[in-house]
Structure formats: structure tokens, C-alpha cells
Write a protein that binds this ligand. Structure first.
Ligand code: BGC
Ligand code: BGC
Length: 792
């Protein structure tokens, strides 16, 4: 026992002394706090001194965006998180020092002495360090899991985990929501890149290695100690197995068969002592995981023997039938220990306290959940003498954040994850070559980092300045070319004037995260890279395609056009690892951890028959040169969908998404924050939608960017009660008048033009101040109408 919690805080004089001597057993501390017996800080002893209110607070996890240290001081939450879009003091791009400063503030608030012998228990802070501590500016950004899967290298992944843990601890954070051990089985899923592999055995191996890297090995003195953080195996279970790859969707099938694939990685993670497991958003055979007692308690606790903390996902409990974000005893009763409730923590606290008092929730279940949280704290050492985050051994050691030795590991990982899909004798590049590097992704660090990088979605407004210390793919190539006695020039759009020996074209997917990345098919539509490859070919210049993506995609056209093709995934901050392989400094040892699709439809693959390149594929430099039989370039989805049809015949366009706040409405159907969209018959069964807005609700549609107008076939049964607006990103346009006039007039068409919206683009948001129901049967982009006035 190191410190009598609640009896004052021990500050270890020298951090090193703390490590060696444990600050802990220092007898004068015990006598200074005088009264506490040696086991006064055991989870059981602490629990015995807690009120119902304090117990409930231990199992509530708010987001730093919605609680202040003063709230912490008042409520004493057990844990907090920063969501992908939250940073210290409301600043997503806050300097690293702010993270540590805020961690100290929460720590101080949670440990401020309480009256009447109530224990003051340090709060833990959790973050999504899913590919390095990438929420924080200046951290090493490692390749995403799909790339690590291609390395197949457990030792490497262990070292990545260890480096990540160090960077997390520098900023005063205790816990990461990683690794994702999803077994992605349908690459249309927007989180495929968070999955190591479609092969459960590989996910199991690499997931366990990541847990070891982050936490240390059970039994080791450093296990969960200095430089180590608590890990989370997520999301239990079935996240990668939803029908059509729809995020948060339903997983159907025989339970034992589903578990054999999707729960397979958990026993190994549990065996490594993983501190927490996150419940998944998805349902299994129609039942949401957060409310599934048979699986959370029966399987995870019972059969798999997990003794740590079961943490919920972002308002995941609110998705259980009969629950809201602020009222959900069902989740605790099913076996959840911690509610991740970013914003509605106050009301949830009140309802849970009430439900414990009225017997809806047995005290024993609450106690059990609280004990698990306290045991996690005990394992991390914070119950017995660990100090203020900034006073820990690594606290504020800024030279360890983005440290050269961490970046070296990341670069090694990038090189080991490159999968060579085609090579007509061009790679490795010959020394001395004059190289032109083209493609908008070539010198684009946000794009090579992907989602969960500084912001939740990544990309967008981010620039290289948000990744200090990072190296773009282009920069790596330029350096390598020079070192090999040649030269490289950057020509993002390709230059017609020069005649290089070789062109490297870097292109791929724009960043996305979670449901925003869900797709209807696997066609890679952006033709920028393809056009560059073809243009070089036409001039007789050999090309290397470097493809950035979060998943295998149908790129038959690009594969045909290029002389060499490298799948580079989402490499992160150390783009130089790409050049290491292109120039032969490293061998291409990466092998596909996902099968690569032959056709663009994107039905689940996972079988060699359907694959263009099977699981495990990847060429070495010594592979014999093969004649390239041109691949079939037909893809019905490409011609059927020009991107102009956003909603028709009851379906959203392949590239279109409907979102209500944070909830995805697949095919514009379902319930989100304040939006209820249901099927409606116009000309055919359910070919239209009835969209009910609660006061304050917003509906956002996103699709391909264009300068065209929107034509929307709609009907208004009852005029809006308050203002309704629409925006494409500019000033909101008030359409209350138009909607009122349309009342009772049957199906009509509204035309929203860039001229009257002030902008066009690819996003359209409807917002209603009052209750309002809009019926829609078609939405299309129309170039022809682009210059006209808006009409309703
Ligand atoms: C994601 C989790 C993540 C959590 C906290 C959720 O939306 O599904 O993977 O850990 O948010 O950011
Ligand atoms: C948060 C993410 C979270 C997501 C859930 C975002 O606003 O920043 O961390 O995963 O919402 O939908």
C-alpha cells in the first residue's frame, strides 16, 4: 500500500525515487496520515465508505468536452474520456502541455479530501490512442491496424504498444481504448482499417501483442506501472460482422459460429490481463450488445472469465430498446460496468441513483461494477501512492512525445506493411533515376494519417502543420532519391514539360472514421490517380502506383495502368517508410491480411475464390516477373451511379450518407438525435420517407462534391411550427415560408441552387426549430439547375 487515499496526497520527491522505492512504503507517510490501516485503500475498504451517489459516479464516464474540474470535484466520477473531437479546454488542437495540465486539474479535483471519512479516489482518463497517441499534436502516428496486420509482426506491434503507452503517459493519461480486435468481414464497413485482419487467428495474435505492449506482461514488475497504460479490447463483439458492413448494425447467425470468428481474439487478450473490454454498438441477432446479459455476463464474464471493466461505447446504452442516454438501468443489469455518457452524465447519475434506491438495480450489481473500476485503479497503482500526472516519471517529458526512437518504430512498421501487388520489373527503383512524384496524396500528411488523427474524422481542415515532426511520402521519396544519386520533383498534378525516367503516383481514399466510411460497394471512384497513371503511360513513362486506403478496394483500372502497384494503407506520420521499400532499402515483406476484391460489388470476400489477391498475397522483389493479363475493368456500380442520384426508389446513392447528429440513417431510415425517418409509399412500396424532426433536430446528407443544384421531390402534410432552415455550409437559408406554402399541396419539387445557398459542395443540412415532418421521395444533383433561383 503506497498511499492512504482520502487521507491526503503523497507527492514523491523525486520521480525516480518513486519508481525505485515505490514512494509508497515510506513509513513516515503512513504515520503522517496516522489513522488509516494498511488495507484502508483496498477496493473493498473504499467501497464500504462510499455513498450511493459516489458509487454511481464511479461508473459514469463523461467526456472532457462537457465536464469541468469543478464538476469532477462535485461528483467524483470514476473515469473520464476525450472523444475523437474533444481536446483540453475545448481545443482539439491544444498543445500537448494542455493535456497534462488538464489531467492534473482533474486529478486534483478527484482527490480533494472529502468530509466524513468518504474516500477521495483518483479519476482515470481514457483516450482513443488507436494508432499512436494521435489525438495529441506532435505524437508519433503509427500506421492503422490494417497495415499492422500486413506486417504480421508481433514483436513490432508490441514495440508500437510500448511506445504508444509512453507517449500517453507523458500527457498524463491512464487508459487507451485500444486495441480494436474486430475481425472485419465486409470491407464496405467504415472501420475496416481498425481491424488487423479478416483472419481471426491473426487478429488474436496481434491484438494480444498490442495489449502486452501497452500494459506490459502480467507478472512483470512494470505491468501496468510506469510507462504503461490500461488497454481495451474492443468492441465485444461482432463489430466486424454486421450485415452489409453497416457500422453499428446487426450481426446474424448461429451464436457459436459468430463467436468462433468475432469473439475469437478475446481469450488471448484476457489471458494477457487486458484491463477493459468495450461493449460494441452492434446487435447480435437483433439484440443490442449493451443490453445483452447472456453475452456480456454469460459469455464474457462467465465462459471467457473476464474480470476487468466492461466499458460501454459512446452512448451505446442509449441505443437499447427502452433506454435513453440518461436513463438506462438495463445496461448495468446486463453486465456493463461503466457508462460512456459524453454529455448526459448529470441526468444519468440522477436516474441511476434513483434506480438503486428504489431497488430497480440491486446494490450488489452496483457494488460489483464499482469494485471492478476500483480494482482497475488498484492495478494501475493509483490507489496506493501514484502521484499527480505531471509528477509521474514520464509526465511532461516532452522529448518522449514523438520521440525519434518511436518514429523509427513507426517507419519500420510502414516499410513492413507495404504490400507489393504488381511489379513489372520496376521495383526496387534503380539508383540515379530522375523521378517525378504526382498525386494530391503525395505530400499530404493528414491523408496518409487517415481517421482518428488529431480529429475524429481526420483529414478535412487539417494540414501538415498539425503533425509537427511528421514526414510525407513525397519527402521520404525526395530524400531517398537524392541518397541514391538521383533526384525527385514533386508535381502533384503531373507535369507535361519534364520527362522523368519514372513517375510515382500517390493517390487513395480521403480520411474517414466509423460510419462515415461505410460504403455500398468497393469501387474506388476517384479518377485523379487513374488519369495521372494513364497520362504517364501515354508518354511512355513507367509508373509506380502508391495506393492509400483503409481497405482493399476495386482498383482494376489502376492496376492495369500502372507498372508497379503498392498497397500502402494508412501509414501515419512516418511517410519515409514507403520510400524505404520503393528504393529497396527494405524488402517488401508485407502480405495481405485481407483478401483483395476481384469485382467492385463488395460482397463479403474471405475466400480465395472471390479474391483477385488472396489473403497472404504480396510479391517480393525476387518474385519472377509475370505477364500481366489485363483485369476486367467493368464495374456496374460505376456506370449506374454517377453520384448525381442521392435518394431514389427508397435507397440512398452509393456515395451518399444521411446522418442525424452522430447517428447514421442507412438508406435514410431509422432514428437519430431528434430525427425519425420511416418508410412511406409514393409510387412503390416504401420508395419514399417520412422524416419527423423533433424541435432542434438536424438532418445532414453528404455525397460527392459538385457545383450542381439539388432537386428534391417532397411533400408537407403540416406546416412547420417554427423556423426551418437548410444550408450547404454557407449561411443557413430560411425555408419556413416555402415549407408552409407547400402544406397540403401534394408532391412538389424544391430546387436548392448554389446561388441561393451561397455555396454548393457535398453537404446539405436541414434544421428545424420546432416539430416538423417532411416527406421526401427523391433527391438528385442537377447541373442544369445550378444557376437558377431556389424554388419550393
Ligand atoms: C467508438 C469507440 C471509441 C469511442 C470513444 C465510439 O464512437 O466506437 O471505438 O472508443 O467512441 O471515442
Ligand atoms: C466523438 C467520437 C465518437 C463519436 C461517436 C464523436 O463526436 O468525438 O469520439 O466516437 O462521436 O459517434
Amino acid at each position: 500500500m503506497r498511499l492512504s487515499t482520502g487521507m491526503g496526497r503523497l507527492v514523491c520527491g523525486a520521480a525516480l525515487a518513486a519508481l525505485v522505492a515505490g514512494c509508497s512504503s515510506a513509513p513516515e507517510v503512513q504515520s503522517a496520515s496516522a489513522v488509516a490501516p494498511a488495507d484502508a485503500n483496498s477496493p473493498e475498504a473504499l467501497l464500504a465508505r462510499m455513498s450511493i451517489e459516489r458509487k454511481v459516479a464511479q461508473i459514469i464516464q463523461p467526456d472532457i468536452g462537457s465536464i469541468t474540474p469543478a464538476d469532477m470535484r462535485e461528483y467524483r466520477f470514476g473515469t473520464i474520456l476525450n472523444g475523437g473531437n474533444s481536446g483540453p479546454y475545448g481545443d482539439d488542437k491544444a498543445p500537448a502541455a494542455d493535456w497534462l495540465k488538464l489531467a492534473d486539474e482533474y486529478w486534483a479535483a478527484s482527490t480533494a479530501p472529502l468530509p466524513n471519512g468518504e474516500p477521495a479516489i483518483p479519476a482515470l482518463w481514457a483516450t482513443d490512442a488507436v494508432h499512436g497517441h494521435a489525438n495529441v499534436i506532435g505524437a508519433t502516428v503509427f500506421p492503422h491496424n490494417i497495415a499492422l496486420g500486413a506486417t504480421g509482426d508481433e514483436d513490432l506491434i508490441r514495440r508500437i504498444g510500448a511506445a504508444t503507452a509512453v507517449e500517453i503517459e507523458v500527457t498524463g493519461i491512464d487508459w487507451t481504448f485500444a486495441p480494436t480486435v474486430a475481425v472485419a468481414r465486409d470491407d464496405r464497413w467504415g472501420r475496416t482499417y481498425e481491424s488487423y485482419s479478416e483472419d481471426p487467428a491473426l487478429v488474436t495474435r496481434l491484438g494480444a501483442a498490442m495489449v502486452e505492449g501497452l500494459q506490459g506482461r502480467p507478472g512483470e514488475p512494470r505491468f501496468l506501472g510506469e510507462g504503461k497504460v490500461a488497454a481495451t479490447a474492443k468492441h465485444f463483439f461482432g463489430d466486424g460482422g454486421t450485415a452489409q458492413g453497416v457500422d453499428q448494425g446487426d450481426v446474424n447467425g448461429d451464436l457459436a459460429e459468430l463467436m468462433a470468428i468475432h469473439a475469437a481474439p478475446y481469450p488471448a487478450a484476457i489471458d494477457r490481463g487486458v484491463a477493459s473490454v468495450m461493449a460494441s454498438f452492434n446487435s447480435i441477432n437483433g439484440t443490442k450488445m449493451h443490453g445483452n446479459q447472456a453475452l456480456l455476463t454469460g459469455e464474457l464474464r462467465g465462459k471467457l472469465g473476464f474480470e476487468g471493466v466492461v466499458v460501454g461505447d459512446w452512448n451505446g446504452h442509449g441505443q437499447i430498446k427502452g433506454c435513453t442516454n440518461s436513463d438506462c438501468p438495463q445496461a448495468l443489469l446486463a453486465g456493463l460496468d461503466v457508462y460512456m455518457v459524453p454529455e448526459d452524465w448529470k441526468a444519468l447519475h440522477a436516474s441511476l441513483v434513483r434506480q438503486v434506491k428504489d431497488g430497480t438495480i440491486p446494490m450488489a450489481r452496483l457494488d460489483e461494477a464499482v469494485l471492478r473500476v476500483l480494482r482497475m485503479k488498484q492495478r494501475l497503482g493509483v490507489l496506493d501512492g501514484e502521484v499527480t500526472p505531471s509528477a509521474r516519471m514520464l509526465g511532461g517529458k516532452w522529448d518522449r512525445l514523438g520521440a525519434p526512437e518511436h518514429r523509427a518504430i513507426a517507419r519500420e512498421a510502414v516499410a513492413k506493411s507495404m504490400v507489393l501487388l504488381k511489379n513489372q520489373g520496376l521495383l526496387p527503383l534503380r539508383p540515379g533515376a530522375r523521378i517525378e512524384v504526382a498525386g494530391a496524396a503525395a505530400d499530404n500528411i493528414p491523408q496518409q494519417a487517415g481517421g482518428w488523427s488529431v480529429t475524429w474524422q481526420g483529414g478535412g481542415e487539417l494540414t501538415a502543420a498539425d503533425f509537427p515532426g511528421a514526414t510525407s511520402i513525397w519527402q521520404g521519396i525526395a530524400e531517398a532519391a537524392k541518397a541514391a544519386g538521383g533526384e525527385a520533383v514533386l508535381a502533384p498534378g503531373g507535369s507535361a514539360s519534364s520527362t522523368p525516367d519514372i513517375a510515382i503516383v500517390v493517390f487513395g481514399e480521403e480520411p474517414y472514421a466509423e460510419f462515415v466510411g461505410d460504403r455500398k460497394d468497393l469501387a474506388f471512384r476517384d479518377e485523379e490517380g487513374l488519369n495521372l497513371l494513364k497520362a504517364y503511360k501515354a508518354r511512355g513513362i513507367p509508373t509506380v502506383a502508391v495506393f492509400l486506403s483503409g481497405r482493399p478496394l476495386w482498383v482494376n483500372r489502376e492496376l492495369n495502368a500502372a507498372d508497379a502497384f503498392v498497397a500502402a494503407w494508412l501509414p501515419g506520420s512516418e511517410g519515409a517508410g514507403v520510400a524505404d521499400v520503393l528504393f529497396g532499402k527494405a524488402q517488401p515483406t508485407g502480405r495481405l491480411s485481407f483478401s483483395w476484391p476481384k469485382t467492385c460489388e463488395g460482397a463479403p470476400l474471405n475466400s480465395p475464390e472471390g479474391a483477385l489477391f488472396a489473403l497472404g498475397y504480396g510479391l517480393g522483389f525476387k518474385a519472377p516477373r509475370m505477364a500481366w493479363a489485363p483485369l476486367d475493368e467493368t464495374c456496374a456500380a460505376l456506370t449506374q451511379d454517377s453520384g448525381a442520384v442521392w435518394f431514389a426508389s427508397g435507397k440512398l446513392g452509393a456515395q451518399v450518407q444521411a446522418v442525424a447528429d452522430n447517428a447514421l440513417l442507412p438508406d435514410l431510415r431509422g432514428t437519430g438525435s431528434g430525427i425519425t425517418a420511416t418508410g412511406l409509399d409514393r409510387r412503390a412500396q416504401e420508395d419514399a420517407r417520412r422524416i419527423a424532426f423533433a424541435p432542434g433536430a438536424k438532418l445532414t446528407l453528404t455525397g460527392p462534391e459538385s457545383g450542381a443544384a439539388w432537386r428534391i421531390a417532397y411533400q408537407v402534410a403540416a406546416r412547420p411550427g417554427a423556423a426551418v432552415t437548410v444550408t450547404a455550409g454557407g449561411q443557413p437559408l430560411d425555408i419556413t415560408q416555402g415549407m408552409s406554402v407547400a402544406e397540403g399541396k401534394g408532391w412538389r419539387e424544391m430546387v436548392l441552387t448554389p446561388a441561393c445557398l451561397g455555396t454548393a459542395g457535398g453537404t446539405l443540412t436541414f434544421a428545424s426549430k420546432g416539430a416538423f415532418t417532411l416527406q421526401i421521395s427523391e433527391i438528385a444533383r442537377d447541373e442544369a439547375a445550378a444557376s437558377a433561383e431556389c424554388s419550393f
